[in-house]
Design a protein around this ligand. Structure first.
Ligand code: 2RA
Length: 340
């Protein structure tokens, strides 16, 4: 029982992480086809200890592919995901293009795997934004226990969320400052080295950014449309790992101790929460891990039933590649069973 997979955008940070995770989790793949734009043609990518040659997306025939994992831009997804779906491949798309399409399920398996059944409408499944994925993994068990009314979240997002070039920019800017030869920002609007930038994606009419809008609407689609959420999304000089300061107001009471116990037993969650030096998670410790880490669980005394949390996860893994592979695992377990 094995499946033919294609990974689109295989040479990017998320695409390469998808290949790594497919190998690490020993996904039942009979074949994996790495696809990318013509400029990457012939480039090698690693799948476990095997080297795979990248093929051109623009001429690839998806016939016979069971699952197509897209780790490319929204424009690439818009053009090629429908073609792959029409050829019979179930598409799992990491871009934002299809996330709010009512005929496309937006999935975090620990939260709403039942919604996967909706994939048959367009043969497309959407992966959420990285900052949303880790948030809903932490919120889901607490919502089930005490019903969330309102969430206020501030994010501290690593540069790898903006891709290879953004990571390179942090490195080169930092080095340039040390040698007193500063360089102009390119990927970011302002200097990112030794700085923070309260701006991710484009500004909207109401003064929020599209990244902040995504966190609201995606959380509502995945978890509960009744949840009110406001986010401030900030880029920080960290290479991998998104962190989030989360303030949650509930309908019903829930103590920090109860929340800690619930989260300790919740799927995908790992609680590191000691009220002592170092008793909490930081981004550098989450890189390469599958878990969504939760620390600093404490009561929020400013509301009747409130908690404050610190949530950290590897944005390339749970925030993108891991979640996509977990969707594929849920898909084959629930809907694409093959005779042994
Ligand atoms: C970012 N969430 O961090 C966006 C896209 N990955 O840049």
């Amino acid at each position: 029982m094995s499946y033919r997979l294609a990974v689109i955008g295989a040479t990017g940070l998320v695409g390469q992480e998808m290949l790594n995770i497919l190998a690490e989790r020993d996904f039942p793949a009979s074949e994996i086809v790495p696809l990318a734009s013509r400029k990457s043609l012939g480039q090698d990518v690693m799948f476990g200890d095997r080297k795979l040659k990248v093929k051109a997306l623009d001429t690839f025939d998806f016939t016979g592919i069971d699952i197509a994992l897209f780790a490319a831009s929204g424009d690439v997804a818009a053009e090629y995901a429908p073609k792959a779906a029409a050829a019979g491949a179930v598409v799992i798309d990491n871009s934002s293009h299809f996330r709010m399409d009512p005929d496309v399920p937006l999935i975090v398996p620990e939260v709403n795997a039942d919604a996967l059944a909706g994939y048959r409408k367009k043969n497309i499944i959407a992966n959420p934004n990285c900052s949303t994925a880790q948030l809903v993994v932490a919120l889901k068990p607490l919502h089930d226990a005490a019903k969330i009314k309102r969430v206020v979240v501030s994010t501290y997002q690593s540069v790898s969320g903006a891709g290879n070039e953004a990571s390179d920019e942090l490195f080169s800017q930092t080095r340039a400052i040390f040698v007193n030869d500063p360089i102009e920002p390119v990927k970011f609007t302002k200097q990112i080295a030794f700085n923070v930038i309260p701006h991710i994606d484009r500004f909207l009419e109401d003064g929020s950014t599209k990244e902040e809008w995504k966190m609201t609407v995606e959380t509502q689609k995945i978890l509960d449309p009744a949840i009110a959420l406001i986010a401030t999304c900030v880029r920080v000089p960290v290479f991998i790992g998104h962190s989030e300061a989360v303030f949650v107001e509930f309908e019903n009471d829930i103590t920090p101790g109860t929340a800690r116990k619930i989260l300790r037993e919740a799927p995908g969650c790992l609680v590191i929460d000691k009220r002592e030096d170092g008793g909490y998670i930081t981004p550098v410790e989450c890189a390469g891990d599958f878990a969504t880490f939760i620390s600093r669980i404490r009561r929020d005394p400013t509301v009747k039933h409130g908690l404050s949390l610190w949530v950290v996860s590897d944005n390339l893994r749970k925030g993108a590649a891991l979640n996509a592979v977990q969707i594929a695992e849920s898909l084959i377990a629930r809907h694409l069973k093959k005779d042994a």
